[in-house]
Design a protein around this ligand. Structure first.
Ligand code: PMP
Length: 399
C-alpha cells in the first residue's frame, strides 16, 4: 500500500466526511511547493484556499511562532499580551484610519462578529449577495448566498435579503432605514472569482451611507495582499467601509480571523457581548505580524501585481480553445473556460503536478502563495497547455 492510499484509508475511519474524499494526502511544503505521501512534488496554486500568503514553511513565520510559543503561548482574555495589540496597530495602520479590532479564529467567526455588531445598531434587517460566501456557522451561513448550502439547516437566524451581486439598482431597492448592514465581497471568491462592475463598491457605500446602514466588506479571501493591495477595496477609489472581515492569509497558516471596525461601529461591542477563548492568541498573532512585516519588507504587493499579470497574460496568450478569459485581481484569478470542464482540468493539472481548484463547473481558480516566483509562474504556464488538452480529451488521441 502506498503512503497516499494508506493515509486516505486512515482518514476514512477517523475524520467526518465534511469535504468528500481528500484529493491528496500532503505531508510537506516549502514555498509554493508541496509533496504528497508518495513523495510526488506539486506546484501549489491552491495555497490552502488563499491561506498561504508567504507559502509553506516560511522562515519568518516559523521563527515568530517558535519564539512566541516558547515564551508565552496563550493568555486568557482576562489579560492582554503584546502580539494582539501590535497586530491590531499594524492592521489599522494598513487601513490608514483609526478603528478597533476583534480577533477570532476563522473567516466565519469574523463574520459572526460583524453580524452581532450589526445587531447592536438596533436594526434587524441585513442585505447580502447571491452567490456570496461568508462561512458555514449559522449566522455566516445565513449571509452566504448559496441556497444549496443553506437548505439542510433552515431556519437560519436573521432577516436577510439576498440581491444579485454587482446590481446597484437591486441593492438600492433592498436597503432601507431598518437595514443594519450590507455585506459584500469585493470579489466573490468561492462563487468562481466573480468581479463586480466598476463603481459597485462606491455605489454600495453611497446607498448605505444614505440610510445609516453599515457597509461590511468580507475581505477574508481578497485581503492581505491577495489582490495586489493590502485590502481589495483600497483599489476602489475612496471607499471607506464600516467593518472589514479578515482571515485566511492573515495567519500565515495559523487559525486567525479579525473583524476590523471603524467609527461608531468600532464602539458597539461592550464587555459581555462577544468573545472566544483563542481570540488574540499570541502565537497566531505573532504569525500574523510576521506575515505583514514580511510582505511589507519584500515589496510583495508590487510583486503580486506583476506576477499576477504575468499569469493572466500568459494564460490568455496561449490562445487555447478551452480558455475564454481570465478574471480576478493580483493572485486571485479565475480561468473562465469555454465549457464546464473545470473538474477535468483540476484532475489533469494534479496528474501533471499542479494543484488548482474548480469553484464552478467552468472556472478554474488559482491562488498561489504571494511569494510565487516568476520562474514558478512560467513553469505553470508551460505545463498548462498539456493540462488543458488532456481535460479537453485531445490529450487522449492516439492512445
Ligand atoms: N468569507 C469568504 C469570502 C471566504 O472565502 C471564506 C472561506 N472560503 C469565509 C468567509 C469563511 O472562512 P473560514 O473557512 O475561515 O470560516
Amino acid at each position: 500500500m502506498t503512503g497516499n492510499t494508506e493515509l486516505t484509508r486512515r482518514w476514512q475511519g477517523s475524520l467526518m466526511n465534511n469535504y468528500g474524499t481528500p484529493r491528496l494526502p500532503l505531508v510537506r511544503g516549502e514555498g509554493a511547493k508541496v509533496w504528497d505521501a508518495d513523495g510526488k512534488e506539486y506546484l501549489d496554486f491552491v495555497g490552502g484556499i488563499a491561506v498561504n500568503a508567504l507559502g509553506h514553511a516560511h522562515p519568518a513565520v516559523v521563527d515568530a511562532v517558535s519564539k512566541q510559543i516558547a515564551s508565552l503561548g496563550h493568555v486568557s482574555n482576562l489579560f492582554v499580551a503584546e502580539p494582539p495589540v501590535a497586530l491590531a496597530e499594524r492592521l489599522l495602520g494598513l487601513f490608514g484610519r483609526p478603528g478597533k479590532v476583534f480577533f477570532c479564529n476563522s473567516g466565519a467567526e469574523a463574520n459572526e462578529a460583524a453580524f452581532k455588531i450589526g445587531r447592536l445598531t438596533g436594526r434587524s434587517h441585513m442585505v447580502a449577495t447571491d452567490g456570496g460566501f461568508h462561512g458555514r456557522t449559522m449566522g455566516s451561513l445565513a449571509l452566504t448566498g448559496q441556497p444549496g448550502k443553506q437548505t439542510p439547516f433552515l431556519p437560519l437566524p436573521g432577516d436577510v435579503t439576498h440581491v444579485p451581486y454587482g446590481d446597484v439598482g437591486a441593492l438600492r431597492a433592498a436597503v432601507t432605514e431598518d437595514t443594519a448592514f450590507v455585506i459584500i465581497e469585493p470579489i466573490q471568491g468561492e462563487n468562481g472569482v466573480v468581479v463586480p462592475p466598476a463603481g459597485y463598491l462606491k455605489a454600495a457605500r453611497e446607498i448605505t451611507r444614505a440610510t445609516g446602514t453599515l457597509l461590511v466588506l468580507d475581505e477574508v479571501q481578497t485581503g492581505i495582499g491577495r489582490c495586489g493591495h493590502w485590502f481589495e477595496h483600497q483599489a476602489h477609489d475612496g471607499v471607506e467601509p464600516d467593518v472589514v472581515t479578515l482571515a485566511k492569509g492573515l495567519g500565515g497558516g495559523l487559525p486567525l480571523g479579525a473583524t476590523v471596525a471603524f467609527g461608531e461601529a468600532a464602539e458597539l461591542f461592550a464587555p459581555g457581548h462577544h468573545g472566544t477563548t483563542f481570540g488574540g492568541n499570541p502565537v497566531a498573532c505573532a504569525a500574523g505580524l510576521a506575515v505583514l512585516d514580511t510582505l511589507a519588507a519584500d515589496a510583495a504587493l508590487d510583486h503580486v501585481k506583476s506576477v499576477g499579470e504575468r499569469l493572466r497574460q500568459g494564460i490568455e496568450g496561449l490562445g487555447h480553445p478551452l480558455v475564454s478569459h481570465v478574471r480576478g485581481a493580483g493572485l486571485l484569478l479565475g480561468i473562465v473556460l469555454t465549457g464546464p470542464l473545470a473538474p477535468q482540468v483540476q484532475q489533469a493539472a494534479q496528474d501533471a503536478g499542479l494543484l488548482v481548484n474548480a469553484p464552478a463547473p467552468d472556472v478554474v481558480r488559482i491562488m498561489p502563495p504571494l511569494v510565487l516566483t516568476d520562474a514558478e509562474a512560467d513553469a505553470f504556464l508551460q505545463a498548462l497547455p498539456g493540462v488543458l488538452d488532456e481535460a479537453n480529451g485531445q490529450g487522449r488521441t492516439g492512445e
